[in-house]
Design a protein around this ligand. Structure first.
Ligand code: MN
Ligand code: MN
Length: 465
């Protein structure tokens, strides 16, 4: 091979080129990438709702020797704790040895809710020999994608007597599934000439839940009665109990490898468990001198509102309680804190290249993606991290050999989106977005790269070091 020319050398020195993680990973690191993916896939299969993700995270934390924290508890350096908020969000944290006023908190914030189809409060009706559940979708979905696929029913019901019952049916091998119907192409002429947003309407997203009439000649609404009878037998419910139920139809698919090389994973709800799981693992696995927190929150898909969303005071209160327990001034501690708001971004998809600007789009397998800003139009709704903070984070990643890239969600004015970053930045905490690129985001079955999942985990470890 001839020696490199002056121009080639200068090119290497001056030009920025991002790297495919699989191309630069050692054989050993590739093994780690694949083995981490197996753990992640298990988490995905057992955590399809925020409640289940919260439960699974707590179980993992307990296994790693973490114990429950309640407001007012004493804390000291070395403590490993988790704080559960109403069973739907959880903060897993380690108390570090560094001075909290000077060093602050190291936060990673991700969300554990995902787009889905929620069951209405008066859902049951029968028509045309079938019984259905009326629904109201949750988060931004393309409604047509949720028809004609196997669905599972997950959630919690509070019965009239106050007893809480969990429902989870449709995922196990021998479980029945649920189903939203679509029109056959033979009769779909008019439907298919409509706009995609309305070819399936919200009120057509009705979940098929049964079709066997109750065996009594004199009864009315016999199919609905048959279904009600089963809800009663299985869960102790009457129709009235749907009033205080939180039930969701979620895809009944399990996580699977994609492609002969198995480099990618398809699953429901990568957004944002693909960030939440590595965040959880990083806090469980690290041995940081910093006080580190993984905040796994709910309601991001509908605006981070309410008692379990990121905008709730409970997370700030928790940080303040930690500061008080350690005898630190909370305002000083906050000011010294740093946060990775970890949420997914859109991966460049060559089948829809026109909405992406390639130089500033995340590529699948090129590592976790740092987004200096999110938002729509003129960066509206974004907290836009400073050059100083991005510079600091960048140096941490490079020092620890993290393969990463930067990204912006699509072309300017092509659309946009937001994350929880601004809510944390508003607390006077330096915050930047970092997350895994996703193909077909918000579809019932999304795709990510195993390399990017692992890169995300490594980035969190570097941030906590
Ligand atoms: Mn998200
Ligand atoms: Mn989302």
């Amino acid at each position: 091979m001839s020696e490199k020319s002056k121009g080639q050398k200068l090119q290497e020195k001056l030009a920025y080129k991002k790297k495919n993680y699989y191309e630069v990973a050692s054989a050993e690191e590739k093994k780690e990438i694949f083995s981490f993916a197996e753990d992640y896939k298990k988490f995905l299969d057992e955590a399809k709702t925020e409640r289940e993700a919260c439960f699974a995270s707590v179980e993992a934390a307990k296994k790693a020797g973490f114990t429950e924290y309640k407001f007012g508890d004493k804390l000291k350096a070395g403590d490993k704790k988790y704080f559960v908020n109403r069973g739907k969000s959880v903060v897993v944290f380690r108390v570090g040895s560094k001075n909290l006023e000077e060093d602050g908190f190291r936060l990673i914030a991700s969300h554990i809710d995902a787009p889905r189809v929620d069951i209405k409060q008066v859902p049951l009706y029968e028509e045309g020999g079938m019984c259905f559940l009326k629904t109201h979708y949750y988060g931004g979905i393309k409604k047509y994608q949720w028809t004609a696929i196997p669905l599972a029913l997950h959630g919690t019901v509070v019965l009239k007597d106050g007893k809480k019952v969990d429902i989870c049916v449709g995922d196990k091998k021998d479980d029945p599934v649920f189903y939203i119907t679509d029109l056959l192409p033979h009769l779909g002429g008019e439907q298919m000439s409509g706009k995609a947003a309305s070819i399936i309407t919200g009120e057509q997203l009705n979940v098929l839940v049964g079709s066997m009439p109750y065996d009594d000649e004199d009864a009315s609404d016999k199919i609905k009665l048959g279904v009600l009878n089963l809800f009663n037998k299985l869960y102790g419910m009457t129709e009235e109990d749907f009033l205080s139920a939180e039930l969701s139809a979620v895809p009944a698919f399990n996580a699977k490898d994609v492609g002969l090389d198995r480099a990618l994973i398809a699953a429901y709800g990568h957004d944002d468990r693909v960030c939440a799981y590595p965040a959880l693992r990083a806090v469980l696995d690290c041995e940081s001198e910093h006080t580190v927190l993984a905040m796994l929150v709910d309601k991001e898909e509908i605006g981070s509102e309410g008692t379990t969303g990121m905008q709730c005071k409970v997370y700030e209160d928790l940080m303040e309680e930690i500061a008080i327990a350690l005898g630190a001034n909370f305002r000083k501690a906050r000011f010294a804190s740093k946060c990775l708001s970890s949420d997914v971004t859109a991966a460049f998809d060559p089948n829809f290249a026109s909405v992406y600007e390639k130089n500033n789009s995340a590529l699948v397998s090129y590592g976790t993606a740092l987004c200096k800003f999110t938002g729509a139009r003129g960066k509206s709704g974004s907290s836009d991290a400073s050059a100083e903070f991005v510079g600091e984070v960048r140096a941490m990643f490079d020092k620890e050999g993290v393969v990463w890239q930067t990204a912006e969600l699509g072309k300017v004015d092509a659309g946009g989106g937001g994350t929880v970053a601004k809510f944390i930045a508003n607390l006077n905490i330096d915050t930047v977005d970092l997350g895994v690129p996703v193909i077909s985001m918000h579809a019932p079955y999304e795709v990510v790269s195993k390399a990017d999942v692992y890169s995300n985990y490594k980035a969190f470890l570097a941030f906590m070091k």
